[in-house]
Ligand binder design. Structure first.
Ligand code: TRP
Ligand code: SF4
Length: 529
């Protein structure tokens, strides 16, 4: 089987159906191969880790109580800052989960991954939110409101059928959530066009409503924290990572205070600070008693200047030396610095009041000497909230692999045979699986002799991502039987097709039940337009 390794655009990616239309998503990871589910895939996802700083989910799975099967099977492969969420789960503290769906077509088995992730976090005690990104669909994809209304209803029904509890959680449409719109407006003050252009490739032709849909998504992401800041996880495909990063940035930018570390009254950047920190440690080791002065560190760093370094290292070294020299006799001492960002004067006063121990107050920052960074952040957030600020925690995210299309290549909502819609007739679902591409050998003999390649097989993926559900033994059995040649593709597909048919029957029965109850729920499906 051949597969396009360079075309990583996910099924949810908006530019997939309409490449000519500028979109908010996908662009940043387009050149990264997204090869779902497979041992070789770790390599393909490397860029996401190295280039974008997404962390490997593997490394924290131990911190998650009873991880979901999508986590256990590596379908959820990456995260940003998921630790606070895992911790809240362990300690029964408040946390939230939120994701959004562009109602551009029928919900399909790719969306089911995200539905499941939301529902799982809800069942673990998280406040759960799911939203219909109708503003985005209308502005970035040009869907009519009639189309949007119909699709929105279908997404919600599938989410409910899969187990979302609407009494506990919240479902909303971007366009009718006034609170989200207000928050979007506030966040927009901290973002500007140049930044959007850099992140999303927007240009002078990009329409303003499209930009508004971006700030709306930022507001979606922070919405669960409006009443009370809490760890919040956003389960999405990696194409949404630029949004997550921007939301994390904006959460910090609207905050009252920022917290950094410093060694003297001047402001050093992180690289300079590292050099100064090293110099401080060296001097401290040499003499643990005496006051260390900035000029001492400058002299020490001078001796390093000669030893071969790259240009940028030399520049950093030089600016650090200049700052230290100018500070001269000023003592060099590690401290935590709380800087005013959006704080009112009263809030800054309140902060100064609430710092215990030695402190030094400046115009727009305060240096504290008996508090580490984390303690200072905690205090700053408390003061912010008490004085009318949001106090947002940076939102976290988890990333799942994209499913391979049943016909090979990527799964796409615009290629019928490549995906299974949650609304597909069960017989159609059965047929689609029966006709799927496999990674088996050409003949049964060869298959028995050499085995298939489950890591490369869209049918195996169906088992691992969906059909085996939480049954790891079963998923493993399919894998091993394929790998060793005990399993032939015809039988394998027959079994998968039957399971798919059963799944669709069951799912659609549940959808029908919810359809009857839908009126009782307070969800607005029809736009007021
Ligand atoms: N942009 C997302 C998509 O293309 C939809 C979305 C809107 C979203 N708001 C969100 C996703 C908030 C996660 C969180 O599918
Ligand atoms: Fe794929 Fe199943 Fe064939 Fe293995 S036996 S290659 S999993 S269809």
């Amino acid at each position: 089987m051949t597969r396009e390794h360079t075309e990583g655009s996910p099924p949810e990616s908006p530019d997939e159906d309409n490449p000519a239309h500028p979109t908010t998503d996908g662009g940043t990871v387009d050149d990264v191969a997204l090869d779902p589910w497979g041992s070789s895939a770790v390599d393909d996802y490397r860029k996401l880790f190295e280039q974008f700083g997404i962390e490997q989910f593997d490394e924290i799975i131990d911190q998650v109580p009873n991880p979901h099967y999508l986590m256990r099977r590596g379908v959820i492969f990456g995260h940003r800052d998921y630790r606070p969420v895992a911790e809240a789960m362990r300690t029964d503290d408040p946390f939230a989960v939120l994701s959004g769906f562009m109602p551009t077509g029928d919900p399909h088995i790719g969306h089911k991954l995200v539905f499941d992730e939301i529902i799982w976090h809800q069942q673990r005690g998280g406040e759960a939110y799911a939203l219909i990104a109708d503003l985005e669909a209308h502005s970035a994809r040009g869907l009519t409101w009639e189309e949007i209304d119909e699709h929105a209803r279908n997404y919600i029904l599938s989410l409910l059928a899969l187990g979302f509890d609407p009494e506990e959680g919240e479902l909303y449409r971007q366009s009718t959530n006034r609170t989200v719109q207000d928050l979007a407006f506030e966040l927009g003050i901290e973002a500007n066009f140049s930044e959007f252009a850099a992140i999303y490739d927007f240009d002078g032709e990009t329409d303003v409503s499209h930009m508004q849909s971006v700030v709306t998504q930022m507001a979606d992401i922070l919405y669960p924290q409006l009443e009370e800041p809490k760890p919040t996880v956003i389960p999405v495909g990696p194409d949404q990572d630029p949004h997550v990063r921007l939301a994390r940035d904006l959460a910090a930018r609207v905050s009252y205070f920022g917290v950094t570390e410093a060694y003297a009254s001047f402001e050093a950047d992180p690289e300079e600070r590292e050099l100064i920190a090293d110099a401080y440690e060296t001097l401290r080791e040499r003499n643990s008693e005496e006051t260390i002065r900035c000029v001492d560190a400058a002299n020490l760093l001078e001796t390093e200047r000669e030893s071969g370094a790259t240009d940028s290292e030399v520049t950093t070294l030089e600016t650090a030396i200049t700052m230290l020299t100018e500070a001269g006799k000023e003592p060099l001492r590690p401290r935590t610095r709380i800087v005013v960002r959006n704080a009112t004067d009263e809030a800054f006063e309140a902060l100064i009041e609430s710092v215990d121990g030695e402190k030094r107050v400046y115009d727009a920052h305060i240096d504290v000497f008996e508090m580490n960074k984390q303690e200072a952040e905690q205090l700053a957030r408390t003061v912010e909230i008490e004085n009318g600020g949001y106090g947002f925690l940076p939102p976290s995210s988890i990333y799942h692999r994209f499913m391979t299309g049943l016909t090979g290549g990527k799964m796409s909502s615009s290629i019928e045979a490549s995906h299974i819609s949650l609304l597909d007739d069960p017989e159609t679902g059965y047929d689609k699986v029966r006709s799927a591409t496999t990674a088996g050998q050409e003949t049964a003999e060869k298959q028995r002799e050499l085995g298939g390649e489950p890591d490369e097989c869209p049918v195996y993926e169906l088992y691992a991502y969906l059909l085996a559900e939480a049954d790891d033994e079963f998923a493993k059995k399919v894998y091993e039987e394929c790998d060793t040649g005990a399993r032939l593709c015809g039988d394998c597909k027959e079994q998968a097709a039957t399971l798919m048919k059963e799944f669709l029957e069951d799912h659609q029965e549940k959808r029908a039940e919810w359809e009857d109850k839908l009126d009782e729920l307070d969800i607005e499906f029809d736009s007021a337009r």
